[in-house]
Design a protein around this ligand. Sequence first.
Ligand SMILES: Nc1ncnc2c1ncn2[C@@H]1O[C@H](COP(=O)(O)OP(=O)(O)OP(=O)(O)O)[C@@H](O)[C@H]1O
Length: 324
Amino acid sequence: MSEPPATAPDGDDADDGVIVTRALTKRYRGGQLAVDALDLTVPAGSVFGFLGPNGSGKTTTIRMLMGLIEPTSGTARVLGRPVPRDARAVLPQVGALIEGPALYGFLSGRDNLLRYDAADPTADPRTRRHRVAAALDRVGLTAAAGKKAKAYSLGMKQRLGLAAALLQPRRLLVLDEPTNGLDPQGMREIRTLVRELADDGTTVFVSSHLLDEIEQVCTHAAVMAQGRLITQGTVTDLAAGLRGRLVVTTPDTGDAVRVLEENGVTDVVVAGDRVRGEAPEGELADLTAALVKAGVRVRGFGIERASLEDAFMALTGEGFDVAG
Ligand SMILES: Nc1ncnc2c1ncn2[C@@H]1O[C@H](COP(=O)(O)OP(=O)(O)OP(=O)(O)O)[C@@H](O)[C@H]1O
């Protein structure tokens, strides 16, 4: 790859973000354009969701950020330093969980961590046992620490992988699909952990193809589709870009449709005892008054919150491949 262009004369734009990419591009040898001119800015202290359907370029981006593969063009900075050039200096401050943890099944969870730490030249052997115990505790594996890793459930393996990423204090955690393959309980556990880590001030960059998940845990998100960035910003702003749909619950759906349409509601759809539509600008109370006046029995009336999934569909015109 070409060297990253020289940075600004003082060379320090660390304040701009914990991860900053500019026109970052990866074309694989077969000609596949996996990441296309990506401009990403991950603010310090955020829990940043990196979203996109399978094949949209998330893993490729993460591998470039971690210095595992070289970009075809463009630049990337992690914790203020250019990667891959300064990856060796940066990576000790980054905990990463990429494509599932590599574990030795015949070793206990604890021994896996001891071995992992011993392979890290920056890790202090004198504090090893203590740090391993603290990391196991952090992810809730103390009781299972002596069990062989091959007897761990998938969720426990993921937690052990996270523990490995937490053996040293980290300024940034990069988690590639950390809940992949987990059951709902396992997903909840990982989400809770991510939240706790973020509360400690660690910036967390987490990729996922599950929109719900990102909404529940992230402060910021970027949405990828086919190698390109569709949008990025705070989760609140992304979802607020859309106004939610009006939903009326009533046994009198026929009358409700008529009254709503007479009062400017468009795109009205009935499903069961619910009538949904796009509410006009203005006072919603006028709509309820009109319904009641027409004798429509209203059991529920409100605006459905727009979800990130709605935002994604509005942005791309496509559904999100949640099945993966
Ligand atoms: N080593 C490779 N050689 C050639 N093409 C690749 C390689 N790795 C990935 N690709 C292609 O690049 C595109 C982006 O893949 P990538 O794995 O980055 O997406 P992703 O969003 O992480 O998806 P997933 O969640 O499935 O991993 C895909 O079309 C994929 O087939």
